[in-house]
Design a protein around this ligand. Structure first.
Ligand SMILES: [Zn+2]
Length: 340
């Protein structure tokens, strides 16, 4: 089985995004949000069949670990109540996709975060998504301010209520920022890659893995700048007397393969042990074009992994085994959804 651990519902029905717009406008006007829009199963089916499902079939992948559109989370917009309403609507929609296509999609939750609001706020949504929806992980935004970095670093006890819940439920978090609120940082360019790199750096300088020895984080987009700068991080950890970087990080931190060219994948697989790499494409997502150098979509990352000089057993770990291990609830959820 080929499991893509990183996909977002970027093709959701128009009325879903329109409601978000109306919700934010109502908040700005000091009014309550309008009622949520109706969406039929057929409307949802169409957005998936012509999009993510088509790409799965064309590219030869089987299952996508699926979450709400990351740039659309918009934790810097509105307040804690708008984030709660929006997260609830987005997660419910993911649940509906998973019910309509139980063999192809398994859910991951977006959290109702807001800048400078305790992440304790997110616990009931995590409980709902795991217990009622069968979701197997969460996306954790290390910067809900959208570029101002107003919350403490991920190593701070500020985040511990979420970490305690992750350990209790045995679910991992993908560290994933949302839209950038500043033109200095393009959302899916520097803002995303900075968020990945900063998240790794923050965890490295923390005692999170001493306090939560079994907790697991996925750094998306190939780990941002981290694998390329592994030598720098080894040196920084050494100078700060934190210990040996691999021993410090690799029991708890994993990297996905959302790297959109072969040389980048080769570097990732050379620097990071295969046990810490999870296959992912983030389709349909940030980069939608076709690479003229290869004639294939940039985000058709399976092609790159197929070309890596690894054994079939090592590739099976990247494509399937590691995802089942890191998303500890995944195997049971696959069986449950397959049984209908
Ligand atoms: Zn993403």
């Amino acid at each position: 089985m080929i499991i893509d651990c990183h996909g977002h519902y970027t093709t959701s029905p128009r009325q879903h995004e329109a409601w978000r717009q109306a919700q934010i406008e109502a908040h700005a006007a000091g009014k309550p949000p309008p009622p949520r829009p109706a969406m039929t199963d057929d409307e949802i089916r169409q957005t998936i069949e012509g999009g993510q499902l088509k790409a799965q079939r064309e590219r030869g992948t089987d299952l996508t670990i699926f979450s709400p559109r990351a740039a659309g989370m918009g934790h810097h917009l509105g307040d804690a109540a708008t984030s709660e309403g929006w997260a609830s609507a987005c997660n419910e929609l993911i649940y509906r996709v998973c019910r309509l296509f139980p063999k192809n999609f398994i859910g991951v939750a977006m959290l109702p975060q807001s800048a400078r609001v305790s992440p304790r706020n997110c616990l009931s949504e995590i409980e709902r998504c795991v217990n009622q929806y069968g979701f197997v992980g969460i996306n954790l935004n290390p910067d809900p301010s959208g570029g101002h970095w107003q919350d403490p670093p991920l190593g701070d006890r500020y985040w511990y209520p979420v970490y305690e819940k992750m350990v209790e439920y045995d679910i991992p978090a993908m560290i994933h920022v949302s839209a950038s609120c500043t033109p200095t940082h393009h959302t899916t360019g520097s803002h995303y890659l900075n968020g990945d790199t900063a998240g790794f750096d923050q965890l490295m300088r923390s005692s999170v893995f001493k306090d939560f020895p079994t907790i697991r984080f996925i750094i998306p987009h190939g780990g941002g700048g981290v694998p390329y700068h592994w030598g720098r991080y080894r040196g920084l950890a050494q100078d700060a007397k934190l210990g040996v970087l691999s021993e410090l990080m690799l029991n708890n931190v994993f990297f996905d393969t959302c790297v959109y060219h072969l040389p980048g994948q080769e570097l990732l697989a050379k620097v990071i042990p295969v046990d810490n790499i999870l296959f992912a494409s983030e389709m349909i997502g940030a980069v939608r074009g076709i690479d003229p150098e290869t004639g294939h979509h940039y985000d058709d990352t399976k092609r790159y992994v197929d070309q890596l000089p690894l054994s079939p057993a090592e590739k099976a770990k990247i494509f399937e085994g590691n995802a089942r291990r890191v998303y500890a609830r995944l195997s049971a959820q696959i069986e449950k959804q397959a049984a209908g």
